[in-house]
Every structure is written in C-alpha cells, then in structure tokens.
Design a protein around this ligand. Structure first.
Ligand SMILES: NC(=O)c1ccc[n+]([C@@H]2O[C@H](COP(=O)([O-])OP(=O)(O)OC[C@H]3O[C@@H](n4cnc5c(N)ncnc54)[C@H](O)[C@@H]3O)[C@@H](O)[C@H]2O)c1
Length: 408
C-alpha cells in the first residue's frame, strides 16, 4: 500500500492526538516534517518520528515557501493562523486536515473552499464529534425513523468552570480578536452537530449573552493580580490557579512539562510569571461566559442551544423530541423513550467513551483514518466532515454572533 505522507503544522495539544494514529498505523501513513516555533515541541516530533533537521521548520512561511514534500498537512495552529497557511498550502496542492474553526470570518471560509476546489484538494475539518460513538448512536436512532418526526431539540454545552477559566479566561481562547468569539471557537462543534443531527439548514437565529462574571468589578476584596501574590481568598476561591494546576495537577496540557525532572518547579514558574497564574477577575479576556441561541431550521424544526461556563463538570446534554418519543443523553448515557404503550425504554451506556483523555472516545483517531482513506480514494465524501459539509455550522456561528452583538 502506498503510504500517505503528512506534515504536522502546529505540534501542540491537538496534533499530539492525531499523531497517535500515525504511530499506530505506520503501514498507512508517515509523518515526514514538522513545523512549530516551539523548539521543545519540534524536537519531540523530530525524535519521535526520526525527522532530519532539514525537515523541521520554525514557521509555516518557511515550510510552505519550499518545495512540496508530502500529500497533506495537518494544520493544528492557533485559530488566527488557519487562514493564511491553509490558503498557501492549498496553492501548493496539499490536502489539509484543518483544525476547527475553519477561519476567522465567513469570507475567509469561502476563500478556503474556493481554493480547495480550484486545486482539487480535500479539506477535512476537525469536527471530531461526528465520529464520537455517542453522537453516532444518536444519528443512527434518528435515521432509523423509530421515534417518528423530529419536532424540537434542546442542546446544552456545559463548558465547566475548569475549562472556562483555563481556556477562555486565562488561556489561548480568551480574546475574540486574537482567536474568535466563543460561539465559533468552542461551539462550532455543537452547531455542526445540530446541523448534522437535524439534517436541516438553519433559516433564522436569535442570541443573547455576555461576559458577566470574569471581570475586575467582581474581584473579591483581598484578591491579588496573581493567585501566588499572597491572595487572601485563594484558599476558598473556586477558580484558584494554585488549586487547579498545582494541587490537583489538572489542565496542564499547555504547560510544556519536562518528560523527566521537577514538574512542580515548571508549574510554579508558570503560576508566578505566565498567563495561567493570573487572577480570573484580572485577565484581559473578553469572550462571553454565557450565551443562549434559538434556531429555526428548515421544516420548522426548532432548536434551543446554550453555552454555559458555570457548571462543575463539562458535558454536552441533548434532548430531542419527536412525534413518537424522545431521546436524551449527556455523552455518558443515552435514553430513548417511546410514547406508544407497550414499547420499552432503551438505555445505552457510553461511560467508556466519555471524556477527552481517550481521544474524544476514539473520534480523534477515526477522523484521521477517514482523512487518509479519502486521500487514497480521492474521495472527499469518505469524510464525514469535509469542508463543504462543515461550512453551514460556520455560517450559522457568524450569524449568531451578529445577532448577539445587535441585542446589546
Ligand atoms: N477539534 C477539537 O476538538 C479541538 C479541541 C481544542 C482545540 N482545537 C483547535 O485546534 C487548534 C490548536 O489548538 P491546540 O489546543 O492544539 O493549541 P496548542 O497551543 O497546544 O497548539 C498549537 C501549536 O501551534 C504552534 N504554532 C504557533 N504559531 C505557529 C506558527 N507560526 N507556525 C507553526 N506552528 C505554530 C504552537 O507553538 C503550538 O505548538 C486551535 O485552532 C483550536 O481551536 C480543536
């Protein structure tokens, strides 16, 4: 079998998940170059995939200005670095596995689609949840028709306070201009699922939401700029960075911990000097911490969707109501109830597939497998999430954000 060759652009958290597939299937796919300004990450890939120094690049401009060296690139850079490298990679004829969100504006999304068509390239968007066993089961139940006609749907993205403070208050996705509004950076997954599950296009939206809590006016007396600055309320603060990162050792994926040696020292240095040690009330964040959306889909199916930071755990909860029954679940379990007398409820357990530590229930690995297959078969439809299919979620996200801003 001819191997499909890949270049990793952005060797961070997401690429690490996809790289696992490459390690597991050396007969199918080979990683031939890495691009990342972070030397430690570059070096890690060089060692792990036996790459020569000439195949390790510190910037995507350097890499893409050279000759074409592979079939495809995995573009896993931060949100604001999707558009330009994607356009240049397509110009060179690379297929792309592109991290979501596609780009920062609707026009940029359309440009990428056009460029992909012009150059006959396949672009897969990492809406990995379509590959998650739990969401696939929901889709299978809907497609079976056994619950009748879909009438309405409630979907809640419980972001959870740990993810919220880590990513959207202190972390990489805290500022709209540098990344995206949260409806795109976080919820394009949900919007994509809603389009996929209803099987409908969206006709109309309304939305409300704001940044209500994580701002300086809510800082408690005695709190300081950093949790390590002698904050008087640190011990009881639900958002303490010391508690999350140092005592619990959670959410350390962006800390570049050493493989050997003293991880505590690196964590404490980050808390004293880096973005993740800042008081949640004194960051430069501006993305929302709560947002509600109503959608009217084709065929008058209605959708209520909310994105909520203030939950202890993170989960997606979905309740779909049909003419003949209802379906509800929280990623860990799924219950189907029929209205017809005599029919028994069905319950499915997905506890083993929930959480991100197992690659989104294997979805991060399945999507890579399908992407490789779609390249080999020259068939974009082998992918559940090719860019043409993914566009609708992004169109809706930009429309929702416009409505939210108009409502202020
Ligand atoms: N599909 C999903 O479920 C999912 C989940 C989380 C994040 N994401 C998306 O994936 C992307 C990456 O997120 P992440 O969590 O891996 O972030 P990350 O910070 O861990 O990784 C990004 C990498 O890009 C590198 N980089 C920065 N500038 C670069 C440049 N000029 N050229 C090449 N590399 C560069 C960084 O050094 C870093 O190693 C983001 O767009 C994010 O929104 C997707």
């Amino acid at each position: 079998m001819q191997k499909v060759t890949i270049v990793a652009i952005g060797a961070g958290n997401r690429m690490n998940a996809y790289a696992e597939y490459i390690r597991m299937h050396p007969e199918e796919v080979e990683l031939v170059a890495v691009v990342d300004p972070n030397e430690a990450r570059r070096q890690h890939y060089a060692t792990s995939f036996k790459l020569l120094p000439a195949r390790c690049f510190a910037s995507w401009e350097d890499f893409l200005s050279g000759p074409k060296v592979a079939d495809a690139v995995f573009l896993c850079t931060p949100d604001h670095l999707h558009y330009r490298p994607a356009m240049m990679a397509l110009e060179k004829g690379y297929h792309i596995l592109l991290e979501k969100p596609i780009a920062q504006s609707w026009q940029q999304c359309l440009d990428i689609v056009r460029k992909a068509r012009e150059n006959n390239c396949i672009v897969g968007v990492c809406h990995v949840l379509r590959y998650h066993p739990y969401f696939r089961k929901i889709r299978e139940v809907i497609d079976s028709g056994k619950l009748g006609e879909m009438i309405t749907l409630n979907h809640q993205e419980e972001v959870g306070i740990e993810r919220m403070t880590h990513a959207f208050v202190r972390g990489l996705w805290r500022r709209e201009e540098e990344t995206n509004p949260m409806i795109l950076s976080k919820a394009c997954h949900d919007l994509d699922l809603l389009v996929w599950l209803t099987g409908k296009k969206c006709r109309e939206v309304s939305s409300f939401g704001s940044l209500k809590w994580f701002k300086e006016s809510n800082a408690p007396a005695g709190s300081t700029a950093r949790c390590t600055d002698g904050c008087l309320v640190e011990k009881t603060c639900p958002y303490s960075a010391i508690h999350l990162y140092y005592r619990q050792k959670r959410w350390l994926r962006h800390f570049d911990l050493p493989e050997e040696g003293d991880a505590d020292e690196v964590i404490l240095k980050e808390l004293r000097e880096g973005p993740y040690g800042r008081c949640v009330y004194r960051c430069d964040n501006d993305v929302v911490d709560h947002q509600v959306v109503s959608m009217r889909m084709e065929n008058d199916v209605t959708v209520n969707f909310s994105m909520d930071a203030f939950t202890r755990e993170g989960a997606r909860k979905t309740h779909i109501m049909f003419s003949g029954g209802e379906l509800s679940g929280n990623e860990k379990s799924l219950t189907i109830k029929y209205f017809q007398p005599g029919l028994t409820d069905e319950v499915y357990d997905f506890t083993d597939s929930s959480g991100e530590c197992n690659y989104h229930g294997g979805a991060d690995l399945y999507i890579v497998g399908d992407f490789i297959r779609s390249i080999r078969e020259k068939n974009p439809d082998a992918l559940l999430t090719n860019i043409e299919t993914s566009l609708e979620s992004h169109r809706i996200a930009f429309e929702i954000e416009k409505k939210r801003l108009q409502s202020h």
